[in-house]
Design a protein around this ligand. Structure first.
Ligand code: H79
Length: 432
């Protein structure tokens, strides 16, 4: 009887574990490759940049619908140079780039055969998505595509702006899902994206069944394309039975440390996703510490910029991105292809690890010494600043104390490399 109860309990636990699984068939190897990249560039762009308002929600808010929907007639980014954008991405140190091929406003940046509301009907008349795909290939950056599932412009989709919750009686979701499939097939077969970034899945017309249908459709087109979790429903920060897709997507926040669920935080360099003149820009310190804290939590950072309506990226933003790139050039081994932990990231430091090394990203000087909790069963053999002098330390069962110099070598993130006596990747997370 006792045994039966135990078996019953085990079955319950394992079935609930199985139920918590997202709808995803991606290989572990592909996800390891994606998560090893650690740093990507998000680009939000379209005719709305002519108004300098937000791409996601300014249609009917700040910009009237008729004005918004006519902007494409003036969209003529004559200074757009895909090579220049991707060169900037390369200089930033990102390993992948994601362009908004279609945002909630329904406008398409590629010459799609399935709607006239696309780049070929602007005065510009050139394939932006295609030019970026080509430039990414040239510079060795993985090309990725953002495509939202909601479309406030298309009559087949039931809702027409974020304030209006009354469904359009003329809408037809099966037809809309077919439209999505046609467009996604164009995007996947013409541009071979490494990853697809879905969005806008929270509105009522989009169902879990729709998400699974699109996921299966995409998997037949490309078994390896990485897909974010916004094809399903539920919280973006989680991967569970409500998710369809391969990784979690915290937005405008650094995700919580997680050693088992792959995740990527999307965070903007300025306040808006799309370009806004004079928008407040993050300091270099904030940019670097955001990247290091994300890696310290075992996640990727998809860092967003919004280019101007003439096709250029603002000079001050290019300069900031180059500064980040200069830091990465020096400290990249403490970011790329590392795992997060073993310490929980906090305001003072975050850690990453690879093989026998722990990289301690020190954000500020807490005093003469940095005190860390002991790592049971492990010994530190050596400590030094990455590319710099040795760091003196003491360690016993009570903890580790690193002796800090008067001034830290890097005002944004000084990396101390701790060399241990064995592989560090199995160390359980320390701290909460
Ligand atoms: O493309 C960028 C934004 O334009 C887009 N997502 C990023 C990557 C975006 N669209 N809308 N929003 C962001 C804000 C939406 C917030 C909410 Fe909700 C949707 C609040 C309630 C529904 C999703 C579900 C977030 C919280 C709950």
């Amino acid at each position: 009887m006792k045994q039966l109860k135990l078996i019953g309990l085990l079955l319950l636990v394992s079935s609930s574990l199985l139920m918590a699984q997202p709808y995803s068939t991606i290989s572990k190897k592909t996800m390891e490759d994606f998560m090893g990249k650690r740093f990507g560039m998000f680009i939000h762009w379209g005719p709305v940049s002519l108004r300098g308002t937000e791409i996601g929600w300014s249609r009917n808010h700040g910009v009237t619908q008729s004005d918004y929907d006519s902007l494409y007639k003036q969209f003529n980014p004559v200074d757009f140079d895909a090579d220049a954008w991707v060169k900037t991405a390369k200089e930033t140190g990102v390993k992948y780039l994601t362009i908004t091929a279609k945002h909630h406003d329904g406008f398409c940046l590629w010459p799609t055969a399935y709607t006239d509301y696309n780049i070929m009907n602007t005065p510009y008349k050139k394939d932006v998505v295609g030019a970026l795909a080509k430039a990414c290939k040239k510079y060795g950056i993985k090309f990725c595509i953002y495509y939202t599932v909601l479309d406030w412009y298309d009559r087949r989709y039931p809702l027409h702006n974020d304030g209006n919750k009354v469904p359009d009686p003329k809408a037809n979701m099966p037809q809309f899902v077919q439209y999505m499939k046609d467009q996604l097939k164009e995007l996947v077969t013409n541009y071979h994206p490494y990853m697809l970034w879905f969005d806008g899945n929270w509105e009522a017309p989009w169902t879990l069944a729709d998400g699974k249908e699109i996921y299966d459709f995409l998997r037949k087109l490309d078994p390896n394309v990485v897909i974010n979790n916004r094809l399903g429903k539920g919280k973006h920060t989680l991967l569970n039975e409500e998710s369809v897709g391969d990784y979690a997507t915290p937005e405008q926040q650094i995700g919580a440390l997680n050693m088992t669920t792959p995740w990527e935080s999307c965070i903007t360099l300025c306040r808006q996703w799309a370009w806004k003149p004079g928008d407040a820009m993050k300091s270099l310190k904030e940019c670097i510490q955001t990247l290091a804290s994300t890696a310290g939590g075992n996640g990727n950072l998809l860092f967003n910029i919004g280019p101007m309506p003439d096709g250029r990226i603002e000079e001050r933003q290019v300069l900031r991105l180059r500064e980040i790139g200069a830091w990465i050039k020096k400290y990249g081994e403490a970011i790329y292809n590392t795992k997060g932990g073993p310490y929980q990231p906090n305001k003072v430091f975050a850690t990453t690890r690879k093989g026998k090394k722990i990289y301690l990203h020190l954000f500020q000087k807490p005093g003469e010494q940095l005190k860390l909790a002991a790592i049971p069963g492990y010994k530190i053999k050596k400590a030094r600043f990455l590319g710099g002098p040795r760091v003196h330390f003491q360690q016993d069962e009570g903890g580790i104390a690193l002796q800090l110099p008067e001034q830290l070598p890097d005002e944004n993130d000084s990396v101390i490399v701790l060399e241990l006596n064995k592989n560090t990747e199995g160390i359980a997370i320390i701290g909460k």
